[in-house]
Design a protein around this ligand. Structure first.
Ligand SMILES: Nc1nc2c(ncn2[C@@H]2O[C@H](COP(=O)(O)OP(=O)(O)O)[C@@H](O)[C@H]2O)c(=O)[nH]1
Ligand SMILES: [Mg+2]
Length: 432
């Protein structure tokens, strides 16, 4: 069965019939179920945590964040991302009393089963030493309870640093944070070692007493292993600001590793890209407009603008805001279904609603026939990306899907919308 139709009349460049797109049995059985991820968002009060999450997931404008109130204790929200990823986002109020509470009474509750920690430093903060000391405490707790967690450190409010100094300030801060991270690991190791030392002393004392009284010695109590000396925390650092696209770069990286079925998405996008002879394809999550996956041709790799992905996220979000303003629709509503841009003899591109949870951007060399053909082929490819809208409906569907279904069929079952849910949503104020 041909997966994509050749749609140009006279041998247009985008004819595709190689059948390489679409889930064969292997692809389908590779599809993973819904994934839940606990994401901790931490950092001092006022560092910009709630602002970021409101802009990314609730379509706030950067200037609207000025009226956010302080987050009290932990603000828990569930962000559904695509059809099969739920982010349990713990926005942890950064006031000192709360921080102390997270580290003591709530320590195991907060730091167990963490998938990702996003730690935000306010670059304008006057008390760097204190900020770093808190960071060390937080990382220690994380290493103790969720050693496998990924850590993203955002050096935030970089817009407040003069442009010519940003690079230098960031590099210095990165070095400091890495040093402090190593210190935190060392502290936990030391804690473990001294704990197990005192335990083994206690045990040998007990054994001596038992031998004297003729008792059978109990089996040794097991303690979890200390972190290895060369424990490398999976850590990435970003310079961010809500006033430019840097925010989207950081959050796209955070999301990227969490998205289930990424390998399948990438393979399918590559097949589509080659099939329609595109220069580049970007797949956006529909609410956040974060780039979920991308494919670039060899020609496209020569594009000198390395930040074009996050720029596009930023531009499309602004476009959504503008649409919202002039149509009076709520900011989380679907503002547009298609966007075309033809740049004379340089390039053409379109952004279109793709699956329930995604938009797709295709950039290609100019030419009407090629453009129209690409649009039709992208429409024809939709069914092969349906799995982005929900988990496979059980093993039966995966095994029975066989040829991957065809247009109109959804071999992967349930379709779920992507939306932001939690205590404070709708048009609501993230902290009210
Ligand atoms: N200049 C600047 N201000 C920011 C940035 N991000 C957040 N803010 C402001 O910082 C203040 C505190 O933000 P908020 O998100 O409430 O901080 P939180 O306590 O960490 O949740 C708000 O007035 C935001 O507008 C940024 O990147 N640059
Ligand atoms: Mg807050």
């Amino acid at each position: 069965m041909s997966d994509l139709e050749t749609t140009t009349g006279s041998g247009g460049p985008a004819g595709v019939t190689d059948g390489s797109i679409g889930g064969g049995p292997t692809t389908q059985t590779q599809l993973k179920k819904v994934k839940k991820q606990k994401v901790l968002l931490m950092g001092k009060s006022g560092s910009g945590k709630s602002s970021m999450r409101s802009i990314i997931f609730s379509n706030y404008l950067a200037r609207d964040t000025r009226r956010l109130g302080a987050t009290i204790d932990i603000d828990l929200s569930h962000v559904k991302f695509l059809g099969n990823l739920t982010l349990n986002l713990w926005d942890c109020g950064g006031q000192e009393a709360f921080m102390e509470n997270y580290l003591s009474q709530q320590r195991a509750h907060v730091f167990s089963n963490v998938g990702v920690l996003i730690y935000v430093f306010d670059i304008e903060s006057r008390d760097v030493e204190r900020d770093l000391a808190t960071y060390v405490n937080i990382i220690s707790a994380l290493v103790q309870y969720s050693r496998e967690a990924q850590v993203f450190v955002l050096i935030h409010k970089m817009d407040l640093i003069p442009p010519q100094m940003r690079e230098e300030v960031f590099v210095q801060r990165v070095a400091l944070v890495r040093k402090k991270t190593a210190e935190a690991v060392a502290i936990v190791r030391k804690g473990f070692l001294s704990q197990s030392q005192s335990q083994s002393q206690q045990q040998s004392q007990q054994q001596q007493q038992q031998q004297q009284s003729g008792q059978i010695s109990p089996t040794a109590t097991t303690t979890s292993a200390p972190p290895p000396e060369d424990l490398e925390i999976d850590m990435q650092l970003f310079a961010t600001s809500i006033w430019d696209q840097s925010l989207y770069k950081a959050w796209a990286s955070i999301i990227h590793d969490l998205v289930p079925n990424l390998a399948v998405i990438e393979t399918q996008l590559a097949s589509l890209g080659v099939a329609i002879d595109a220069d580049e394809i970007l797949l956006f999550e529909r609410t956040s407009f974060l780039v979920v996956s991308k494919w670039t041709s060899r020609e496209g790799d020569n594009n000198p603008y390395g930040d074009r992905f996050e720029r596009m996220s930023n531009i499309l979000k602004s476009w959504k805001h503008t649409c919202s303003k002039f149509t009076g629709t709520p900011r989380n509503a679907e503002q547009f279904s298609e966007f075309e841009y033809k740049m004379g003899s340089q390039f053409s591109m379109f952004v279109t609603k793709f699956t329930t949870n995604t938009y797709i951007l295709v950039c290609m060399p100019p030419g009407e026939a090629r453009f129209n053909s690409a649009k039709l082929n992208v429409a024809a490819a939709r069914p092969w990306f349906k799995f982005l809208d929900g988990p496979p409906a059980g093993a039966a569907a995966a095994a029975g899907g066989g040829g991957g279904g065809g247009p109109g069929q959804n071999p992967y079952g349930a379709v779920a919308g992507s939306y932001y849910q939690g205590g404070e949503h709708g048009m609501g104020h993230p902290d009210s």
